[in-house]
Design a protein around this ligand. Sequence first.
Ligand SMILES: Cc1cc2nc3c(=O)[nH]c(=O)nc-3n(C[C@H](O)[C@H](O)[C@H](O)COP(=O)(O)OP(=O)(O)OC[C@H]3O[C@@H](n4cnc5c(N)ncnc54)[C@H](O)[C@@H]3O)c2cc1C
Length: 400
Amino acid sequence: METVTQVNETNLSFDDTAVAFAGQPDEMLRRKYLIFAAMNNPLLTSAGSSVLKKSFDWGLPVKGIVKETIFEQFCGGETIEESEKTINELAVLNVGTILDYSVEGEKTEEVFEATAREVLRTVEKAKNTPSIPFCVLKLTGIARFSLLEKLQQEGNLTEGDRQSLEQVRSRLDMICRSCKEAGVRIFIDGEETWVQNAIDQLVYEMIKKYNSESAVVYNTFQMYRKDGMQQLRKAMHFAATHQVWLGAKLVRGAYMEKERERAAEMEYPDPINPSKEVTDDLYNQGLKFCLDNKQRIALCSGSHNDYSNYYLTLLIEKHGLKRNDPRVWFAQLYGMSDNLSFALAAHGYNVAKYVPYGPVKHVLPYLIRRAKENTSIMGQTSRELQLIKREMKRRGIRLL
Ligand SMILES: Cc1cc2nc3c(=O)[nH]c(=O)nc-3n(C[C@H](O)[C@H](O)[C@H](O)COP(=O)(O)OP(=O)(O)OC[C@H]3O[C@@H](n4cnc5c(N)ncnc54)[C@H](O)[C@@H]3O)c2cc1C
């Protein structure tokens, strides 16, 4: 495998905190430091998460403080309109926005309908906004989890289940068709292995229907899965057989603990790779596979990993592609890894960020996951906090 040093000639550096925090005045950086320093503390994060959940349940007036701190750090706003400022700020730095309606909670047919309508609003917004290259959908936002589980287990679907499934298919079809008509691409997020086959089944129906001229619908490939490469190869075979484009969003995967716990509890083989190194290696193999098949695959690499991001720039160069070839995108989450996003964008690569939005109370589970991700592991300062500290030192900003 090529080494990182080979990209030096492009002067691409992920250590340049001046580029990473260019859009952030001193006061904003100091605020960011306080938020990330608080999240770095495991005790505070753990206690804070349960206190926040309870406070919302009890109707205590905590929304304001959450909105001005952690929400502001990781979300665009409560609505598409409120997210406008973030969309524009990212666009100035040549970074696209992927509006992610991140509402989690109640799961009724009415809520699924409302979510589908909201996703359609993001499609409409993307159609009229050049800096919104993709939309995104989590299938369990428009489908009952237990229905997908049942579908995957090939259990006997009742008449009611069959009707619900038709409704899910029709919501998904309406969203994908609108994307095709609007010239907008859509990512379907990857979820737990025990519903993913059912999700795949529905997504490949859409890929077959809408990806004949270009990749409109992207499926997600989680490379922390032992069968990550097989899934990718199988999808490529499907695309070749049906003469369509495969849209592939590669990620490492977000449900590792949950996957392992369930496998242990139900006594089936752990579907996750035995180590981080194996996942890293498979992820990079996946990137290579996509570029090797660039005549049929359009790729988005969703990662905060320095090496994988560097490696993709190497592959782009090796394949003689322009840095902004529409088939290759980099993506990160809003509020994280600006050192990667802004450096890649400054060097002319296609970059976009997931910008979650929705009512504070409903976005809370997403925020808690981000807080936990930024907590110190074995006493090590989180990656983000290290970068913020370095930039404060460079600017000579005192902590208080
Ligand atoms: C734009 C974007 C979209 C995303 N969409 C999805 C999605 O649709 N579905 C989804 O599941 N996730 C999604 N994620 C989250 C993603 O899967 C990762 O959890 C997260 O980005 C961290 O991985 P990383 O590539 O940034 O690299 P790193 O931070 O270097 O890697 C951390 C990841 O490595 C893996 N890992 C860690 N330890 C081990 C171990 N011991 N054994 C095996 N593997 C290990 C885990 O997947 C862990 O999350 C998305 C992330 C981004 C940036």
